[in-house]
Design a protein around this ligand. Sequence first.
Ligand code: ZN
Ligand code: ZN
Length: 299
Amino acid sequence: MAQLNLCSLVLVASFALLLAIHLSAAHPRKLMKSTKIPSLNEVKGYLQAYGYMERSEDHPTGTSGDSPITESSLKPAIRMYQEWNHLEVTGKLNSETIARMMTPRCGTPDIVRIPDKGVHHESKPGKFRVVAHYSFFKNMNPWSQRQLTYSFTSTIPSVPIGDLRAICTRAFQHWAAVSPFQFREAGQGEVANIMIGFYTGDHGDGYPFDGLGHTWAHAFSPRDGRLHYDGSENWSISTPTTDQTDLESVTLHEIGHTLGLAHSQDPDAVMYAYINTGVIKRQLQQDDINGIQALYPSK
Ligand SMILES: [Zn+2]
Ligand SMILES: [Zn+2]
């Protein structure tokens, strides 16, 4: 079964926009607006969405009639979040922690959870450790072939197919330059390894997009190959303004997921989870290169 290496960039201009939350499979991720800081329910949803807590489909959290969530019940997950994010580890929802949660980011889970087996990260099941740098998704099948094809399933008016093609070509070239992979666009009628398209709302893969300001994209691990952009975002295909998301930077990041890289803890890395609007990150960094070369040794 495809493991979702979900990339949902949370674009939050201010504290007026709150967190994107997976409430349950039956409840699309909701964009909540408020002038207040996030509720504990929202924090729980955030921690679940990014792998710090189990997503208990059996307990429809966030619905009316919920049992109250206490901060102490979230403490282990908050601690894990703080540790992963190199914040002071207090287990408390302090302002620094909330501010980080509000920061624009990719929504791919930072921590990969395998049902009933606890947290799996790096090589220490059940134990979270901060090593910084790149990481891989667990429970995936890395690509066996080194020639990969891609195709485009859909686009949006603000991103003409020619621009999308050019952007993706450049992004693939960056990865090809530092890995054993070669990429080419699939021919007519050919089933591609990586399928790229724009979607909005609930689009059938269990991870609905949530409109402008939150999830910008997500991608699945090998050998699934789906790479989805949120069609509701304010995309830039050239130089982004301060309220635009740079499509090429996002593409470079998402391709990393399709190859098997999870999030890096190196803030400079392309595979770092957080990126603000208006920011360009179109060059792979040493940590990204180390990651892909560790996963797919060249020779
Ligand atoms: Zn990501
Ligand atoms: Zn999707």
